[in-house]
Design a protein around this ligand. Structure first.
Ligand code: AMP
Length: 333
């Protein structure tokens, strides 16, 4: 029997190329090798956005549409919504009971999030009980499917470690080997930079969305930072110091295109504006099929809802089997 993987993403806006290249592309490959479960983590969105839920429903669908357009195949992968699998909340209770408080407190992502919230709000009260419990909830997401492995970015490895610790502790306490200790599968793509040279992020106004139109993409690319030392087209360029545009060429261009861009730039035969106009066209070409599919799903939203509904059923089936064993092991009534 093939091994099972599970991974999720929070519905906090339309996804960008960092998500696509850094995460989804990897899932698309893995779904052919593993029994794959991908969920929209709407409870996790509430950990920081519990008071900003106007767009939550729309964003669940947005994430699902981005995934489907990018190649997640609902015929081989299970795509579901976290809050439609209430068994996760029950498992979260059992796992919370066996998790020492200091394991949660030392979680690095949580520490960073707490720091950001504190600076923003100027007070501790913004760190809710729900946010504190985020590492345990994430463990519940993974152990709910009793996954063998979890595809993640390097920034998420600590969450897999705490999940392994919790699984081991549960197994020790209840004298079982029921829970697998899931392994991380690291994404092979490093962080994608945004148009300003910093990490591409949805709240930094430096991203290109999967769902952006060709016109919007072309316009955005024209704002990408290039080689700052270059003033005129005839100045000799330094592609390796080109902060964004040449990095995108290396991601989206063919080997020949990259070699031509490098050579022309170094010899002062290519201006940055022309270079970015061409780059915009290359990126649009690469994304055209995905975007066509995205538009299809936008205009067939019932199909997306049906896919989620089927996925929810499948995920609940697996979850209720796991939960029955857990209840038995804990000796619940
Ligand atoms: P976020 O939506 O920012 O919470 O990101 C969800 C996941 O997407 C992160 O854990 C990363 O693994 C991945 N991700 C987000 N932004 C980028 C980026 N710029 N480059 C590569 N991966 C990213």
């Amino acid at each position: 029997m093939s091994q099972l993987i599970v991974s999720g993403m929070r519905p906090t806006g339309k996804l960008h190329l960092g998500h696509y290249l850094g995460v989804i592309q990897n899932w698309v490959e893995l779904q052919h090798k593993y029994d794959s479960y991908f969920f929209v983590a709407d409870w996790h969105a509430l950990t920081t956005k519990y008071d900003k839920t106007d767009e939550l429903k729309a964003d669940v669908l947005n994430v699902a549409m981005d995934w489907l357009a990018a190649g997640i195949d609902p015929n081989i992968s299970t795509v579901y919504v976290q809050s439609y699998v209430p068994e996760i909340a029950e498992l979260n209770v059992y796992l919370g009971m066996v998790t020492p408080q200091n394991w949660v407190e030392r979680d690095p992502t949580l520490k960073d999030m707490a720091k950001i919230l504190r600076t923003k709000e100027g007070q501790n009260s913004q760190i809710s009980y729900g946010l504190m419990g985020y590492p345990v909830l994430m463990s519940a997401d993974i152990l709910m499917m009793n996954a063998d492995a979890v595809p993640v970015g390097v920034d998420q490895v600590a969450h897999i470690e705490i999940t392994r610790d919790i699984a081991r502790r549960f197994n020790n306490i209840y004298n079982t080997d029921f829970f697998h200790e899931p392994q991380p599968i690291l994404n092979h793509c490093s962080l994608i930079c945004g148009l300003d040279g910093n990490k591409m992020g949805k709240s930094f106004h430096n991203d290109i969305k999967i769902s952006d139109t060709e016109e919007v993409t072309a316009k955005k690319i024209m704002t990408a930072i290039t080689d700052r030392s270059r003033m005129r087209k005839t100045d000799l360029g330094h592609p390796d110091e080109c902060e964004v545009a040449f990095k995108y060429w290396k991601i989206f261009g063919s080997e020949d295109q990259v070699a031509t861009v490098k050579c022309e730039c170094e010899n002062g035969e290519r201006g940055c504006a022309d270079c970015k106009r061409q780059l915009g066209a290359v990126i649009n070409e690469r994304l055209s099929e995905i975007r066509e599919k995205r538009v299809y799903y936008e205009t067939h939203i019932d199909e997306v809802k049906d896919i989620l509904s089927e996925g929810n059923k499948k995920a609940r089936k697996r979850a209720s089997e796991v939960l029955a064993t857990v209840r038995d092991l804990v000796r619940m009534y």
